[in-house]
Design a protein around this ligand. Structure first.
Ligand code: NAI
Length: 354
């Protein structure tokens, strides 16, 4: 990939390639920042048209992880890896063996975990060849395993903080949840327990029926849930749901959800601000999962992870305050605050090194 194609502040990123004996170059690991600690970020397996597209994705996502980990208060840097999806699933194990070798060769500078297209079982395979992989079942009493319930708790903490900010007690709040998967369904349970009125949408009818039965939720069509007449819209399904088509239709006062990359473009953060809709930056809100994965690396107990996840709402309010003070979109404020953390740590390290 020509360096001219990428932003100049990506040029310090370190890239290691994943080579497979038979299939050649099948993936890449990108380390964006080691300023706060080893670079933690998931391994994505996806079908890309060209290898360069995969690499570009990994570079962009690894920067996102540096910001996310910094803003989650973790002693971890940012990284990400991508693997080209094999043509035949039969090759899958071999792909993860090659990946494990590449991870191990980095000697702990990159810490892997699952992501879109990879599963706990894949990471268990990786663990056979390297200790630098997390998101695998851990010993009794220690953090680990499925991150989704923790992600849901972080979203709940964020929604509670935003509800207080807009002066709505939880018992009088209405929330539209888009996507009733691992995170969305757990979130519905937490909100229902506090008396929140729920509207829900999913393309899976069984999930809708479950939410209707167990949380007295009102089902809405998937195409119009973003326009529900509620206090808070919680995207918990796909990325890019906040775009020039949906934003003018949003009736909620705030958007607070788990989905990654909710803004289709940075400009959409400004569009939300212009409409007076409070946007809770996705990577602040959905950090519960990575806090749990980090807890596994740091040998924490679930109670320690829980305390950190509870702090997400408070951290979100700091970001919203900063955005308001500076009259900038909240997504821009979050990136700015993350860069400040990284810069201040890099400067202290320089001073300490004399
Ligand atoms: P999931 O795959 O378990 O659930 C997604 C749900 O969205 C499914 O029920 C699916 O049927 C539904 N869906 C798909 N298209 C839809 C549409 N057009 N309208 C309505 N519903 C639709 O995923 P999970 O784990 O619950 O994650 C949800 C989001 O949160 C994703 O964007 C993910 O990247 C993000 N996230 C998840 C974390 C986790 O710990 N699982 C951590 C951080 C972010």
């Amino acid at each position: 990939m020509m360096d001219a194609q990428v932003p100049s502040d990506w040029r310090d990123q370190r890239i290691a390639y994943v080579e497979h004996g038979r299939f050649g170059r099948i993936g890449a690991i990108v380390i964006d920042s080691l300023t706060l600690g080893p670079a933690l970020g998931g391994c994505r397996m996806w079908r890309y048209e060209r290898f360069d597209d995969a690499l570009l994705d990994a570079r962009r996502l690894s920067r996102g992880m540096s910001y996310k980990n910094a803003m989650a208060g973790l002693p971890l840097g940012g990284g990400k890896s991508v693997l080209l999806r094999p043509e035949q699933e039969a090759d899958r194990a071999g792909y993860f063996d090659a990946f494990a070798e590449a991870v191990d060769a980095l000697g702990g500078r990159y810490l892997a975990a699952e992501d879109v297209g990879t599963a706990v079982t894949d990471m268990q395979r990786v663990r056979r060849k390297t200790p630098y992989v997390f998101g695998v079942p851990s010993a009794e009493g220690l953090a680990g395993g499925d991150p989704s319930p923790w992600t849901a708790r972080g979203v709940f903490s964020s929604i509670s903080a935003v509800a207080a900010r807009i002066g709505k007690p939880l018992g009088t709040l209405s929330v539209a949840v888009q996507g009733l998967g691992h995170v969305g369904m757990s979130l519905c349970q937490l909100l229902f327990d506090e008396g929140v009125e729920l509207m829900v949408a999913d393309i899976n009818p069984a999930a809708l029926t479950h939410a209707e039965r167990h949380f007295r939720a009102k089902a809405m069509p998937a195409v119009s849930i973003h326009a529900a007449d509620v206090d808070i819209f919680a995207p918990c399904a796909l990325g890019a749901v906040l775009n020039e088509n949906t934003i003018p239709q949003i009736r909620a006062r705030a958007v607070v959800g788990a989905a990654n990359n909710q803004l289709a473009t940075d400009r959409d953060g400004s569009l939300l601000m212009e409409r007076g809709i409070l946007y809770a930056p996705d990577y602040i809100v959905n950090a519960g999962g990575v806090i749990n994965v980090a807890g596994e690396y740091l040998n924490e107990t679930p109670a320690m992870v829980g305390r950190k996840v509870e702090e997400i709402g408070e951290r979100l309010l700091h970001v919203l305050d900063r955005a308001e003070e500076m009259r900038i979109p909240a997504n821009v404020a979050a990136d700015l605050m993350a860069r400040e953390i990284l810069l201040s740590r890099a400067q202290s390290a320089q001073i300490a090194a004399g």
